[in-house]
Design a protein around this ligand. Structure first.
Ligand SMILES: Nc1ncnc2c1ncn2[C@@H]1O[C@H](COP(=O)(O)OP(=O)(O)OP(=O)(O)O)[C@@H](O)[C@H]1O
Ligand SMILES: [Zn+2]
Length: 495
């Protein structure tokens, strides 16, 4: 800021001096002053945040491909692509176009940053990271200058550390590489993207520091096609959510330095965490350790891990306390869900809770036996049954339902549509665009009627067990799947 004050001081001194001389230069000088301020701000914006950013990255830890759980396909493809960088002489002899960019495509928290770091480590390259959003500024030209700086910095750092290559990682690349001309009124994006293209086009295998740009995105659909042209990001690597084996590996990695109780099975935890990303699993491991610490426990137990999974899904426990009457309703509602879940798929209830967390007042957590990618008609109907069982339990045991079932119904409706548009309903194959609204409505109602009668039968046939489970929930607030199953089977045998 010091420069700015100095300049302002000089400008005002000149104005005052000329004023004394009777010359009115004020408008001109004011204008000049404004231009200077604007120039100065722009320059500062360009330099400030970037310096701190790059500084942070130089302190990074080394990461190898072995430190990344699962992602075997992604790792394989990436390694193969990197061989090209390592073996530059052979590549040159064969006249192969050098690889300049790799695009990692996948949902957040799946380890894209880790893969880029491992790529740098694997090739002995310098590593620099930036995020697409850091290039977007309100001042025209700043983004483009940052891109130039980033490439220059990569070369300088590599030279300083005597490395032949550098990996530049750009997270959220869609922010700066979105389709050009689509950000109405944002010339800035276009200039920035153009600069990135210019830099990548200018890279050659004869440079003293070879650069590999790794971009990460989960919106491949909105990327400007210029980025995907040969010679730019012409390799794409898909990074998916981990499957069960991947989840086990990731959990193993993140519990390496943590004392686990003997009876803990990470395979069970992996079973319970279908759909979790690597980042979620890391926080499960961390939360479990925090819980153990809070309880002064020497080791992390099965219970700590269970609570951690629930916390990561649902957020922190709420302070919201339901009234006693409400609590009973919640217990009845959740027991309805749980009973149907157990009926459709024995052993599928992992826990039933009436402790409010996140935006749920209570919930049933289900185990997923296998990762599934295809669904049959019976499977979806079963899911609908579980979803509407909460409301139907309220109907049967309390005489009326409440607003608590709104999101259950929303889910149920979307699953019914899955049946219809999957060509599995009585309508045969139909397209969402041509089906008349009323026909759609009637077909959904038809599906619900059928499922509803199943749910009513199951709940009515298990009234004795139902009441016991509700009572147990009201005293304990959370019961584990095994306990739930014990009550259910006990009552069945008695009758
Ligand atoms: N496959 C994995 N193996 C081990 N840890 C993982 C894995 N995936 C994610 N993690 C954990 O999650 C954290 C975040 O992962 P990372 O930043 O690499 O994800 P990302 O895909 O780049 O996410 P984003 O798109 O949100 O930037 C990592 O620091 C690590 O602790
Ligand atoms: Zn519900």
């Amino acid at each position: 800021m010091r420069y700015l004050e100095l300049i302002l001081g000089i400008v005002s001194a000149i104005v005052i001096f000329l004023g004394f001389q009777g010359i009115d230069l004020l408008p001109v000088l004011l204008f000049a002053g404004l231009v200077i301020i604007f120039w100065y701000q722009t320059k500062r914006a360009g330099e400030k945040s970037f310096a701190t950013h790059i500084h942070n990255d130089s302190k990074r830890e080394l990461i190898s491909f072995d430190d990344i759980g699962g992602q075997d396909i992604a790792k394989g493809e990436l390694r193969e692509a990197l061989e090209f960088i390592k073996d530059i002489e052979r590549i040159k002899k064969l006249g192969i176009r050098p690889l300049k960019g790799i695009l990692l495509n996948g949902p957040p928290g799946t380890g894209k940053t880790l893969l880029a770091k491992a790529a740098a480590c694997f090739t002995g390259s310098e590593f620099l990271a930036a995020s697409g959003s850091e290039f977007v500024e309100m001042y025209v030209g700043v983004g483009a200058r940052r891109v130039r700086q980033l490439f220059k910095q990569a070369r300088d750092m590599a030279k300083r550390n005597k490395k032949k290559s550098a990996v530049i990682f750009i997270d959220e690349i869609e922010v700066l590489g979105g389709k050009r001309g689509q950000n109405a009124g944002h010339m800035e994006y276009d200039q920035t993207l153009n600069e990135l293209l210019v830099q990548m086009d200018g890279m050659s295998e004869n440079d003293d520091v070879r650069i590999l740009v790794i971009g990460a995105t989960n919106r491949l659909d909105i990327l400007d096609s210029a980025l995907l042209r040969p010679g730019r990001f012409d390799r794409q690597v898909k990074v998916d959510l981990p499957d069960k084996l991947g989840r086990i590996k990731i959990l193993e990695l993140h519990t390496r330095n943590k004392p686990l109780a003997e009876e803990v099975s990470l395979a069970d935890v992996a079973n319970d965490t279908f759909g979790f990303s690597g980042a979620h699993l890391e926080s499960v491991a961390n939360e479990a350790a925090i819980l153990a610490f809070r309880e002064n426990s020497r080791v992390i137990t099965v219970q700590h891990l269970r609570s951690a999974v629930e916390k990561v899904i649902m957020g922190e426990k709420l302070d919201k306390i339901p009234t006693t009457v409400e609590k009973r309703r919640i217990a009845i509602h959740e027991t309805g869900h749980a009973l149907l879940s157990e009926y459709i798929q024995p052993g599928s209830v992992a826990s039933v809770t009436v402790v409010p967390r996140g935006n749920a007042l209570g919930y049933v957590r289900q185990t997923q036996q296998e990762d599934m990618y295809l669904y049959t008609l019976d499977y979806i109907k079963g899911k609908i049954a579980v979803a509407i069982a909460g409301a139907i339990a309220e109907d049967i045991f309390l005489g009326a339902r409440s607003t608590g079932a709104a999101s259950d119904f929303k889910q149920a409706v979307s699953m019914a549509k899955q049946i219809i548009f999957g060509g599995m309903s009585e309508l045969g194959i139909v397209s969402p665009d041509d089906i008349p609204k009323e026909l759609l409505h009637n077909t959904i109602t038809g599906i619900f009627k059928e499922v509803e009668s199943l749910v009513t039968n199951v709940l009515s046939a298990n009234q004795a067990a139902f009441t016991q489970i509700v009572d147990s929930l009201l005293t304990k607030e959370c019961i584990a799947g095994s306990e739930f199953q014990t009550i259910l089977n006990g009552v069945k045998q008695a009758s």
